[in-house]
Design a protein around this ligand. Structure first.
Ligand code: URA
Length: 434
């Protein structure tokens, strides 16, 4: 077998075999196949695509490229959750303790921010002392003790994806459905869960801008699960505007705390209940999502989910005083209001623009390895459908640099579209792919 023949086969639209895909993935991870050949292969996939069978085989080859977590020591069906990435998406901080409070163990591996979308690991690090990078042993021990752990990827899980993702990033080959689906699913498969609930974001702030492509991505990932023996469900949810009101690390932790205390924004609460209910169904804890939502709503109301989150923070070294009294979380020096230019109704609030504003304030990275400012971000006081009067506050900019904050306040103001006519708030959940 040789690399050149495999690249040429894909270039000409052929379907690669398991042996050919494993040869490429193994050779590249071992440093035997150079970047320029893999780059040519990725571009051929980008243009020619992959069949469903090929995508599943490619996913497995990447999942097998490093360690695979064995969650067998944890009793019961283990269910994971993954979001394809959005703005203000702090759902994991709510769903993970909620599902764990219902008695279903949650061993959650999360990532850092990517582009204009945030990452759970960065958010959790806003809690003083919180260790979001656990060793595999610490991760397993925490799940066994509390039924819940959230960590950055432990050990050497799917190293091929790490290498390939970095190469895709610099070869204009990120936006390919088989490459995105195999990248996400290889990590989820290596992380060992029996079942996975995917939150496929759709809209201006998501990888998939329209419903048709979100559907194809969701179906591709559900199909990979079916072919490799993992049960997968995908919820397609709206990312035309940010989720909740807070965008930025400590600000999002505060909003997650409020939500766990049953006082959070309605969109975040209902998405968390819905995703959590699907997790309970896949775990065999309830028979239907409506029953699941009822169980979870009671756990929010009783304080059990909040207590589980508190325990998670303590177990992973975080300071419980900082979540009991969120004013102790990192706070920006200046809060600048963004005023409405006219009377009317909010008609548009593009998630990508708000995500980029938050990154420009310092909440995300411009390039790999940049330090981030955990205290800064944007609070949206009005969202799509809300009425607004001229000069009322649309949003707040939390910043440590007044001049930069003022520039970003102008950008946030121009990101809002105000209509004189009433506007219907958008649907939050579009559909379920099962
Ligand atoms: N998230 C991933 O992990 N991989 C992709 O390719 C896109 C989003």
């Amino acid at each position: 077998m040789n690399t050149l023949d495999i690249i040429a086969k894909k270039r000409d639209g052929g379907e690669l075999t398991a042996a050919e895909l494993e040869f490429l993935v193994r050779g590249y991870t071992a440093g035997e196949i150079p970047d320029y050949q893999l780059a040519a292969f990725l571009m051929a996939v980008y243009i020619r695509g992959m069949t469903r069978a090929e995508t599943a085989l490619f996913t497995l080859a990447m999942a097998h490229s490093g360690d695979q977590l064995d969650l067998g020591a944890i009793p019961g069906r283990k269910v994971d959750k993954h979001s394809t990435g959005g703005v203000g998406d702090k759902t994991t901080l709510v769903v993970a303790p909620l599902v764990a409070a219902a008695g279903v163990p949650v061993a959650k591996m999360s990532g850092r921010g990517l582009g204009h979308s945030g990452g759970t690991v960065d958010k959790l690090e806003a809690i003083p002392g919180f260790r979001a990078e656990l060793t595999e042993m610490e991760f397993m021990a925490t799940v066994q003790k509390t039924g819940l752990a959230i960590s950055g990827q432990t050990g050497n899980l799917a190293p091929a994806d790490k290498e390939l993702y970095a190469l895709r990033d610099v070869t204009a080959t990120v936006a390919s459905i088989p490459l995105i689906a195999s990248s996400i699913m290889s990590k989820k498969i290596a992380a060992g869960a029996d079942a996975i609930v995917l939150d496929v974001k759709c809209g201006s702030g998501a990888f998939m801008a329209d419903l048709d492509s979100a559907r194809v991505l969701a179906r591709t990932m559900v199909d990979i699960g079916r072919r490799v023996g993992r049960q997968v469900r995908a919820v397609i949810s709206n990312m035309d505007q940010p989720l909740g009101a807070a965008v930025g690390n400590a600000l999002e932790v505060k909003e997650a705390i409020l939500t766990l205390q049953n006082q959070g924004p309605q969109d975040l609460t209902s998405l968390a209940l819905s995703l959590g209910a699907h997790m309970l169904v896949l775990a065999g804890r309830v028979n239907s999502t409506s029953q699941g939502e009822q169980v979870l709503a009671e756990l929010l109301a009783s304080g059990a989910a909040w207590e589980k989150f508190r325990q998670l923070v303590i177990d992973q070294g975080g300071d419980p005083d900082a979540i009991d009294c969120p004013d102790l979380l990192p706070q920006a020096q200046f809060v600048l209001p963004v005023h409405a230019p006219s009377n009317g109704y909010v008609a548009g609030l593009p998630a990508d623009k708000i995500g980029r504003a938050s990154v420009a304030l310092g909440a995300g990275r411009q390039k790999k390895g940049d330090a981030i400012d955990l205290s800064v971000g944007v609070i949206l006081r009005r969202k799509i459908g809300d009425p607004i009067k001229k000069e009322e506050v649309l949003a707040e900019i939390h910043t440590n640099d007044k001049q930069r904050g003022q520039k970003i306040a102008r950008e946030v103001r121009s990101a809002y579209t105000i209509s004189p006519e009433p506007v219907k708030p958008p649907e939050l959940i579009y559909e379920l792919i099962d």
